[in-house]
Design a protein around this ligand. Structure first.
Ligand SMILES: Cc1cc2nc3c(=O)[nH]c(=O)nc-3n(C[C@H](O)[C@H](O)[C@H](O)COP(=O)(O)OP(=O)(O)OC[C@H]3O[C@@H](n4cnc5c(N)ncnc54)[C@H](O)[C@@H]3O)c2cc1C
Length: 365
């Protein structure tokens, strides 16, 4: 599989790298106490990054998963908290709204996601079940044109900042995985409460939240039939985006280690001049490059996970990575070509005073 980045992808990575290295890195410690990085989010919104998963018709870039992963990787090299906050706007929750919410909700919420004015939270985990989605107890009962939501979710990121909660819930008490669907809730809904806060080693705050007879309009029930399969499909995106943040963190740590072994001297020599230390770095580098290879390959093999089952014939989706050279190139992650992307990146390049055409720097020992 060819991991050659397109010119557009290189310009995008370069613009985000300039912002992250030039501005986020110096302030990263500031957000370790749970403070939400509003300042950084505004800057990312200005260059279009928060709209990576929002379709173009709502002002976003509609980028494929691979491009989104590249951007998150760059941000995570300097500031984990900002990378996680960006994932909140580019991850499963945005894709669920963009794919399943009625038009009125999409038109109201998605442009605000792009501008950074509506932070999203995804609520899956419950106190007794995380990965075991089929055992969730949160329940949404349909009564005429209303939906009544009850339950508790935990370890929820951005619960104090979110303007919209995307909630995986049982519908009408139907048991098992077939009973799982999805509702949307806004934080001013009576009966909604943030009931706990946990500070993590990474700096983020996670929260417990409760829904006590929260009454929602029926249009907020966005996934009802065949919900589990649809939600898992949407969640496949996340399986590539969370690891891109891990990869960026590892690269950031490697860069720090490399600088340290160059600067630190013992017995008149930099410690990086001793072979034992070089071996350690070589091992780190090997693991990073292995992770990158697996991740990029996974990203390029899915392109648009929600749409695969909806509009993309399975035979074409599975043939693509191993097809003819022509098919392979049409499968590269840059092929969506969002119309406003070049404009936004050129703004970013001008703002940072860097050439937009420069190729990305690769980590090297
Ligand atoms: C930084 C951070 C942010 C988070 N943000 C959110 C958020 O915004 N929204 C949200 O809903 N949740 C969030 N979570 C929670 C996260 O999604 C859950 O922790 C995760 O789903 C795992 O659930 P659990 O902790 O209940 O573990 P469990 O599901 O109880 O799993 C425990 C262990 O068993 C293993 N295991 C599970 N199933 C199997 C299996 N079938 N076979 C073998 N081993 C298995 C798991 O790998 C794990 O090691 C966040 C977590 C973290 C750390």
């Amino acid at each position: 599989m060819d991991f050659q980045l397109t010119g557009q992808q290189r310009r995008m990575v370069e613009a985000v790298r300039d912002l992250a290295q030039g501005e986020f890195k110096a302030n990263a410690q500031k957000y370790m106490d749970g403070t939400f990085p509003w300042e950084n989010m505004k800057k990312l919104a200005d260059i279009g990054v928060l709209g990576m998963s929002v379709p173009e018709e709502y002002g976003g870039l509609g980028l494929p998963v691979f491009d989104t992963a590249l951007v998150l990787e760059e941000i995570a090299k300097t500031c984990y908290v900002t990378a996680m906050a960006t994932l909140g706007e580019a991850g499963v929750q945005t894709r669920v709204i963009a794919t399943y919410a009625p038009n009125a909700i999409r038109e109201r919420i998605l442009p605000k996601v792009v501008s950074g004015d509506c932070i999203l939270a995804v609520c899956m985990t419950e106190p007794h079940a995380g990965t075991d989605v089929a055992n969730y107890r949160t329940n949404a009962v349909i009564r005429g044109d209303r939906v009544i939501l009850n339950g508790t979710k935990t370890l929820i990121s951005r619960a104090r900042e979110a303007g919209m909660f995307v909630i995986f819930t049982r519908i009408d008490g139907k048991p098992g995985r077939e009973g799982i669907g999805c509702v949307l809730l806004e934080p001013d809904t009576p009966g909604f409460e943030v009931t706990g806060t946990y500070h993590t080693m990474g700096g983020e705050n996670l929260h417990e939240i409760q829904f006590n007879d929260c009454e929602l309009p029926l249009e907020n029930l966005v996934v009802r039939d065949d919900g589990f399969r649809k939600l898992l499909n949407a969640f496949n995106t996340q399986r590539c985006l969370n690891p891109s943040i891990s990869l960026g963190l590892a690269e950031g740590a490697f860069d720090e280690a490399r600088n340290y072994v160059r600067d630190r001297t013992v017995f008149g020599k930099a410690i990086g001049d001793y072979q034992g230390v070089r071996w350690k770095l070589a091992e780190m580098y090997r693991e990073i490059e292995t992770a990158r290879s697996i991740l990029y390959r996974a990203c390029m093999s899915i392109r648009s996970p929600i749409l695969i089952w909806r509009r993309w014939p399975r035979s074409r989706a599975t043939r693509c990575p191993t097809g003819s050279p022509a098919k392979r190139s049409s499968c590269t992650a840059g092929s969506v070509s969002p119309t406003n992307f070049r404009y936004r990146v050129s703004i970013a390049a001008r703002a940072t005073g860097r050439s937009a055409a420069a190729p990305p720097r690769r980590s090297a020992i």
